[in-house]
Design a protein around this ligand. Structure first.
Ligand code: FES
Length: 81
């Protein structure tokens, strides 16, 4: 039997580990975004500036949700800001 590691689809950021990617285009993990929020980045623009997350343009190909990661970043801001 062969196992494949597939990127996780995610709809709820609370189910993700710190090492799970939030932004697949730029490869920014949950921990990096939460750390930026805790250092004061409390808007999507500030997260982009601090981590480069949500600045890619290959979401449809790289992100398992086939869309931009902004929804998940906004969820993290709501949880940790
Ligand atoms: S997944 Fe973050 S910019 Fe594409």
């Amino acid at each position: 039997m062969q196992f494949f590691t597939q990127p996780k689809r995610y709809d709820d950021v609370t189910t993700l580990s710190n090492e799970d990617l939030i932004c697949y285009c730029v490869e920014v993990d949950k921990k990096s975004i939460v750390e930026a929020i805790k250092k004061g980045a409390s808007t999507l623009k500030a997260i982009k500036e601090a981590t480069a997350a949500c600045t890619g343009n290959e979401c449809a190909r790289k992100n398992p949700n086939k869309r931009c990661c902004s929804k998940e970043i906004k969820q993290l801001i709501e949880l940790y800001a």
